[in-house]
Design a protein around this ligand. Structure first.
Ligand code: ATP
Ligand code: MG
Length: 574
């Protein structure tokens, strides 16, 4: 297995329990073989990450194999761009399908052959009803369906018509091939479901070779069988399709091409608060310009999370923590944020960046002097060492760290008040300079030369500590602050009242600050590298837009850990 070695073992879950039982009973000769089967009709999202971690994770934990299979049976919606992005995303998450990359379209010939067998055994027929008529004949949950008038065509006629469907003799939508099961079944999926449709659409792999395409429910069990999959894991909405999955495996004779018989197992899909997960909706947000592409850092896509600054480890950690259940629920997005914070708290260097600069002139500091002061890179992780930062007569502090008329308990700078500059001196505000409109332009301060670490007055008690940068050394940067893409926790819920989920979009999900100043150690920040900006959160140099001379940082998360707070409240309420 070429699997990622530092991937933590999956905590045990009900699917692992099924596997344990199967292994104990010698089922599948002790093989465990899973697959991740995306349809290449969009980019992967965090829900897919759950399925990827589960399928690849179970393979790793059980010394088995996991395939990547593109479920490409619907050429009209699929695209090579998606095929490529999906492979990149799975790899980035840290998983390896080795030489087992498959496409359902690889099996089109085999499927056609199997289908001729299905017709010969009297289990499928060509039906000339229109889509509309098929719907009408299907019945409802409370009423049985009606048999199609074409249901009792002879095997010879069915074989002839199906072959001519394949030859392209009939127009799109004029005929379908259906399974002959039971129009009175309480399960609607078993009421003679469509197996093949006529569709003239160029396929990204098979080109115009085919004008008939198999339906997902038919192609999927056969693809699983042909790859000798043992545990075919899918989301809960397919539970009602399981009888059809089993019916196909019962009726199709694949035994010459495969070992064993796959078993479908359903688990609860991931829903995440403050976002949407339907590919249709994500596609709409991209195509209609509500976001800047699939990798917009606000998107719940894997490429969006990567661009935002999330690491593969943090996403795998998240998938591990949410576990695998049989009942649907909504996971708080604060947990995802907690996972990246935990990792970066240990590993990201801490630096100073002033997002909304306020100029401070230290009048008693020598005009041409520059001191290089030592600053720790990460107090949580002393092995990360320290760096030198320049201090000079003019610095920038954060606008919000000064208040002219401070309320009680404002522990930052105000007229006549003092503040400690992180890794530097204590300064005192002597004068506030304003423009003709009364807006504050700059502060004049004095500093206490003995107040640095080791100095005579370094122990003086000062309530507030601020971050700062030296004005002449600081580097201009653009900073993008992100917030939840949707204001409401469950944007889909409003659809029950007839509203559009897009009405829940957060108008302030992106704020751009164009005139930030960062310390000079960030001048050549690698695109994609991550930092803690002291007191401001964790940031990532944008992998595409940031470069030396034009720095752009994305805020991954703020420092406020709402998940830790929720956990603490839960504990104290118990
Ligand atoms: P579509 O509506 O296009 O079929 P989909 O979300 O089912 O959308 P697929 O590409 O078919 O997309 O999904 C690939 C795999 O990922 C499937 O096995 C599916 O069950 C799983 N998956 C999709 N969404 C989630 C989710 N939110 N949580 C967990 N697994 C998911
Ligand atoms: Mg699907």
């Amino acid at each position: 297995m070429g699997m990622n070695k530092d991937n933590p073992p999956l905590s045990t879950n009900f699917i692992q329990n099924i596997i344990n039982e199967d292994l104990k009973n010698g089922k599948n000769d002790g093989r465990v073989h899973t697959r991740f089967p995306p349809e290449p009709n969009g980019y992967l999202h965090i829900g897919h990450a759950k399925a990827i971690c589960l399928n690849f994770g179970l393979a790793i934990a059980n010394k088995g194999l996991c395939n990547l299979r593109f479920d490409d049976t619907n050429p009209s919606k699929e695209d090579i761009e998606y095929v490529e992005s999906i492979q990149a995303d799975v790899k980035w998450l840290g998983f390896d399908w080795e030489d087992r990359l498959f496409y359902a379209s690889d099996y089109f010939d085999k499927l056609y052959e199997f289908t001729l067998g299905l017709i010969k055994s009297g289990n499928a027929y060509v039906c000339d009803l229109s889509a509309q008529e098929i719907r009408e004949y299907r019945g409802t949950l409370t009423e049985p369906g009606k048999d199609s008038p074409y249901r009792n065509r002879s095997i010879e006629e069915n074989l002839d018509l199906f072959q001519r469907m394949r030859e392209g003799e009939f127009p799109d939508g004029s005929r379908v091939l259906r399974a002959k099961i039971d129009m009175a079944s309480p399960n609607l999926n078993m009421r003679d479901p469509v197996l093949y449709r006529i569709l003239r659409s160029t396929h990204h792999r098979t080109g115009d070779n085919w004008c008939i395409y198999p339906m997902y429910d038919y192609a999927h069990p056969i693809s699983d069988a042909l790859e000798s999959i043992t545990h075919s894991i899918c989301t809960l909405e397919f539970a009602d399709h399981r009888p059809l999955y089993d019916w196909v495996l019962d009726k199709v004779d694949y035994s010459g091409d495969a070992k064993g018989r796959p078993q479908q197992i359903e688990f609860a899909r991931l829903n995440l608060s403050h976002t949407v997960m339907s590919k249709r909706k994500l596609r709409e947000l991209v195509m209609e310009g509500y976001v800047d592409g699939w990798d917009d850092p606000r998107m719940p896509t894997i490429s969006g999370l990567r661009r935002r600054g999330y690491t593969p480890e943090s996403i795998r950690d998240f998938c591990d923590r949410i576990g695998v259940a049989k009942r649907d629920s909504v996971v708080d997005i604060a947990l995802l944020e907690h996972c990246i914070r935990e990792q970066l708290n240990q590993h990201a260097p801490r630096v100073m960046a002033v997002l909304r600069p306020l100029r401070v002139i230290i009048d008693n500091y020598p005009e041409d002097q520059v001191e290089w002061l030592e600053a720790e890179n990460n107090p949580e992780n002393p092995s990360m060492g320290s760096r030198q930062i320049p201090f000079s007569r003019e610095i920038f502090i954060e606008q919000e760290d000064f208040m002219e008329n401070p309320p009680k308990k404002f522990f930052r700078l105000s007229p006549g008040g003092e503040i400690r500059l992180k890794s530097a001196y204590i300064i005192k505000c002597e004068e506030v300079v304003k423009d003709e409109n009364g807006a504050i332009i700059e502060l004049h301060c004095s500093y206490d030369p003995d107040s640095r670490s080791g100095g005579a007055t370094s122990g003086r008690k000062i309530k507030g500590t601020s971050h700062w940068v030296s004005a002449q050394h600081a580097i201009k940067a653009k900073v993008r602050l992100y917030d939840h893409l949707f204001t409401s926790e469950n944007p889909d819920d409003c659809e029950e009242e007839g509203a559009d989920y897009k009405s829940q979009l957060n108008p302030d999900s992106l704020r751009v600050l164009d005139d930030c100043r960062v310390e000079p150690s960030l001048a050549a920040a690698e695109p994609g590298s991550r930092f803690q900006f002291l007191r401001q959160g964790y940031f990532c140099a944008d992998a595409i837009d940031s470069q030396e001379g034009h720095l752009v940082f994305n805020r991954i998360v703020s420092l406020r850990d709402t998940w830790a707070k929720i956990q603490k409240e839960n504990r104290s309420n118990q």
